[in-house]
Design a binder for this molecule. Structure first.
Ligand SMILES: Cc1cc2nc3c(=O)[nH]c(=O)nc-3n(C[C@H](O)[C@H](O)[C@H](O)COP(=O)(O)O)c2cc1C
Length: 232
């Protein structure tokens, strides 16, 4: 970069000699930094050739770097909460199809095992906007480019532990892809509410799976991942 900016802004007279070395060279007009072994008598024509060569060199190396970065496979995490197991099944299907890492969101205090008591508690927590404490956080969160986030439909929105997770893990600049399982109400407000908690992420189309079909959902999961161009 130094070479390019110095040469393109050159004030070198036509007859200046440019020695190519790894040391700064001061010809009285400007200082050059060069790396290499060649030596040129510097004419106006040579100046143009040099600039062209250096431009090609710089363009190629930046291009190669960009290509290398673009070609790097994205790092994917599947994070999910599951009370009864359905969402876990789908999360594992995504994991096995993408080769991603997986993280189970767990509240410090598990929800009641009794369905009706759990439903009642969940209603109160959601109405109050309560965010339960979680028992862990994702290590190396910053390394992930794509986050799949899964939740059961609870009262037409995400389960509260998922809300805690999203408010405690900054998804800025990441791709966030939601999925849910449900008991008949499909995604309702769930994906919309997840997007609200990821204001600086790029949201992609979510997957909706009926809870009682989770075990047989793998072909649908694969189709969805292909549509998202995550797998071929
Ligand atoms: C507290 C609670 C609230 C629920 N609310 C809804 C709802 O509003 N709409 C719906 O379709 N299903 C609802 N369900 C059913 C679950 O979304 C469904 O069974 C889901 O597949 C459960 O996922 P899991 O096994 O991963 O916990 C609710 C279940 C629970 C436990």
């Amino acid at each position: 970069m130094i070479i390019f900016s110095q040469i393109s802004a050159t004030t070198v007279p036509d007859n200046a000699i440019i020695g190519i070395s790894n040391m700064p060279i001061d010809n009285g007009h400007t200082t050059f930094y060069h790396f290499g072994v060649l030596k040129f008598r510097h004419t106006a024509k040579m100046n143009r050739i040099l600039i062209a060569l250096i431009t090609v060199f710089m363009t190629n190396s930046i291009g190669a770097q960009a290509q290398e970065m673009a070609g790097k496979p994205p790092k994917i995490l599947v994070a999910y909460y599951s009370w009864g197991g359905n969402t876990r099944v789908v999360a594992r299907q995504i994991q096995s199809l993408t080769g991603s890492d997986i993280f189970e969101i767990k509240p410090t205090k598990p929800y009641p095992e009794d369905y009706n008591i759990c439903v009642k508690q969940a209603k109160k927590e959601i109405d109050d906007g309560y965010k339960p404490e979680l028992s862990g956080t994702v290590e190396n969160w910053s390394r992930y480019d794509i986050i799949f986030i899964g939740s059961p439909n609870w009262w037409s929105t995400m389960a509260p532990p998922v809300a805690t997770f999203l408010t405690s893990h900054d998804s800025s600049g990441k791709i966030v892809i939601p999925f849910c399982t449900h008991g008949g109400g499909r995604q309702a407000n769930l994906f919309k509410d997840i997007a609200k908690l990821c204001p600086n992420a790029t949201m992609k189309n979510g997957l909706v799976v009926s809870g009682n079909l989770a075990q047989r959902a793998k072909p649908d999961v694969a189709k969805w991942l292909r549509e998202l161009e995550i797998i071929k």
